[in-house]
Write a protein that binds this ligand. Sequence first.
Ligand code: BDR
Ligand code: CA
Length: 308
Amino acid sequence: KIPLLIDTDPGVDDALALLMAFNDPRHEIVGLTIAAGNVGLAHTVANALKLCEVAAVAPPVFAGCAAPLLHAAEDAGYVHGRDGFGDVGHPPADRHAETEHAAQAILRLSHEHAGRLLLVALGPLTNLAVALKLDPTLPQRVARLVVMGGAVTGRGNTSAVAEFNIGFDPEAAHIVFDAFARVELVDWEAVMEHGFRHADVERWLQCGSSRAGFYESISRRTRQWAAERRGERWHSADALAMAHALHPDGALEVAERPLAIELSGLHSRGATVVDWQRRGGNPDNAAILLRYDQARFEGLIEAALAAG
Ligand code: BDR
Ligand code: CA
């Protein structure tokens, strides 16, 4: 099986991505490293543990960095709920996180699975950046790094140009894009092109499984929020990244380009600056997903919710 390490800040769409990973027989989840992002670290850790409990799986969960590297950032509790899981009030899981720090766990697991590790980052990149500062040789041991983040032509979701995961901790993102020769990127603009009809989502959620029942409850608030703002379609950013990570053959169009993170700028901090015309002479370091097989994507989600 392919060893899979997921760095995540659950988060409603993180949860869907995790359910997809739990349901994949070809990958073995060797750890969940938890970032602050959508909400504070105490909540994102509790949410990861709770989701594992509901799904009756028990990968080790490691708490990571509680804040961005340099500047405080606003969380996304207004989308995901103050507790990150829709403020439904589910009781906490019985299990606790491991004592090892997420950044240390990333490094240890990269040694244990050197050359084979699939690393998927679904939140701000703080834990990965710290791991890279502790040991810059990390990329040599990672087979693939898939990141959900960015807005590759500048249509962001937290500022005019920045997407949430990158905008939350641009310095961390800079460290990661600088260190890895190739980052497989699933950006917010691709996510917007891969929405679901609300009627389909309802059908998936009403299938009667305990995973779907739980997911229906935690996602109710974000589904309403999205319906009011984006009308017709519902989107799941992290689920698209996970689909691409687990089934790269579902990608229909990928563009390889140089990508840099804007760290200053009056209006553009946190932007993912893609050199579409390759004017700067830098190497292509990002493989940007442009189009994924929508039927395949939806099938994976439906199966993930029905399982268990
Ligand atoms: C990303 O930000 C978070 O709110 C989501 O979980 C996703 O990872 C989308 O911009
Ligand atoms: Ca996320």
